[in-house]
Design a protein around this ligand. Structure first.
Ligand code: GLU
Length: 428
């Protein structure tokens, strides 16, 4: 189990796989096109605050282990920091920094009043009991408590965290401040201030982004073969919603392997199988294979919805899809994006395509603060309005500057944050 000291993985400047360097490269390109001055660039490039905490935890066998946690607040110019917390054995500071910055740009692209933050705890949830996970989560919350709060920083689920994790965070925070404070986290169970539609929101946003891109390209779902990498909250639900819209999902994967059926998978059945067996393997109506070349399968739409650095300079020229909609954060490296651009592949970037989750997190935070809860229909209608407008804004920026949707999304996001910086000025 990885629970060593808080040391970011050693990286070099050339490291294509360092997400923070990838983010910085994309940021710089957009900043150049915007003609952003050097001082402002410096302000927006670096995280505002980084906290590393040690988390002593009593394990089920009575021993004590010390885990390492991070919370990075990239920027709060547009509002409280917002962003998930992930639990994984290989979480590192540069990754959390990149993810925090992506949250700033994401919230700006969809124009919700938040800045960006992200958290991580180095641990392997597969090796931990519920009790151990609860104790780690509560200790982590107490350790970062001083910088949290509905008006400061509002976490949410991310990889390997879920509604239960958010309930523990909400409870721990509330016990410290002596009042139930539901708006301190989003992605909570509905019974304790969660929003209807939040669980499906990221997948729904992916489906809506695909729909807008397809309209632009003049394509029809019925003629579109889709490959989805990942079958969790984003990939699984995204694939299900795309299937309902008439797309043919020919392949989906989990962390163990890939299903392939050229005639199209019955997504409700696949997800039932996954719920019952906790893995895709054994699903009868498909070939089960190793995931190595899944992204290179012959398809029209590719949805990477697992993790970072999946489309790289090593495989970008073998990707067959003409449209990529990024469900994950940072699935395409900056170097791979250049190759895709040259090949004319349209990429709906993460900070637009997966922004449905944080958008409904915003709705959840608003509902918690009002103490008045919306129907699922209202949530979904408002989500659709936000996603359609964000797509149109990014598309118009791309036309205006003659750049890819990714560069356009950065230009739009950075420009909005920069204009707030100019209005607010520098506190001294
Ligand atoms: N973890 C999700 C993301 O990367 C959701 C963040 C949130 O809802 O605050 O966008």
């Amino acid at each position: 189990m990885a629970n060593g000291p808080a040391v970011a993985k050693a990286v070099t400047d050339q490291d294509e796989f360092n997400p923070f360097l990838s983010m910085a490269k994309l940021f710089d390109r957009a900043a150049d096109l915007l003609g952003l001055d050097a001082g402002l660039r410096e302000v927006l490039r670096r995280p505002d605050r980084e906290l590393t905490v040690s988390l002593p935890t009593v394990m089920d066998d009575g021993s004590t282990k010390v885990f390492t946690g991070y919370r990075v607040q990239h920027n709060f110019l547009r509002g409280p920091c917002k962003g998930g917390i992930r639990f994984a054995p290989d979480v590192n500071l540069d990754e959390v920094r990149a993810l925090a910055a992506w949250m700033t740009w994401k919230c700006s692209v969809v124009d919700i009043p938040f800045g960006g933050g992200k958290g991580g705890v180095i641990c392997d949830p597969r090796e931990l009991s519920q009790g151990e996970l609860e104790r780690i989560t509560r200790r982590y919350t107490a350790a970062i408590m001083d910088i949290l709060g509905p008006d400061r920083d509002v976490p949410a689920p991310d990889m390997n965290t879920n509604e239960q994790t958010m309930a523990w965070i909400m409870d721990t925070y509330s016990m410290h401040v002596r009042k139930t404070t539901t708006a301190v986290v989003t992605g909570k169970p509905i019974s304790i201030g969660g929003s209807r539609g939040r669980r499906e929101a990221t997948g729904r946003g992916v489906m809506l982004s695909a729909r807008e891109a397809m309209k632009k390209l003049g394509r029809r779902p019925e003629d579109t073969r889709v490959v989805v990498q990942g079958s969790g909250n984003v990939g699984g639900i995204g694939a299900l919603l795309l299937h309902r819209e008439g797309y043919k999902i020919i392949s989906i994967s989990d962390m163990y392997g890939t299903l392939l059926n050229e005639n199209g998978l019955d997504m409700p059945q696949v997800l039932d199988h996954l719920t019952q067996n906790r893995r895709l393997e054994g699903y009868p109506e498909a070939t089960y294979m190793n995931s190595k070349e899944q992204l290179e399968l012959d398809c029209d739409l590719l949805v990477p919805a697992a993790t970072e650095n999946q489309i790289t300079s090593a495989n970008a020229d073998r990707i067959k899809a003409k449209l990529i909609v990024e469900g994950a954060n940072g699935p395409t490296t900056a170097a791979a994006q250049e190759i895709l651009d040259e090949r004319g592949v349209v990429v709906v970037p993460d900070i637009l395509a997966n922004a449905g989750g944080v958008t409904v997190s915003y709705f959840e935070w608003v509902q918690d603060r009002m103490g008045y809860f919306w129907t699922e229909e209202i949530v979904n209608t408002r989500l659709e309005q936000v996603m359609v407008k964000a797509f149109a804004d990014v598309d118009a920026t791309a036309e205006q500057h003659g750049v890819s949707l990714r560069t356009a999304a950065y230009i739009l996001a950075i420009d909005r944050v920069a204009s707030v910086h100019r209005m607010r000025g520098v506190f001294a």
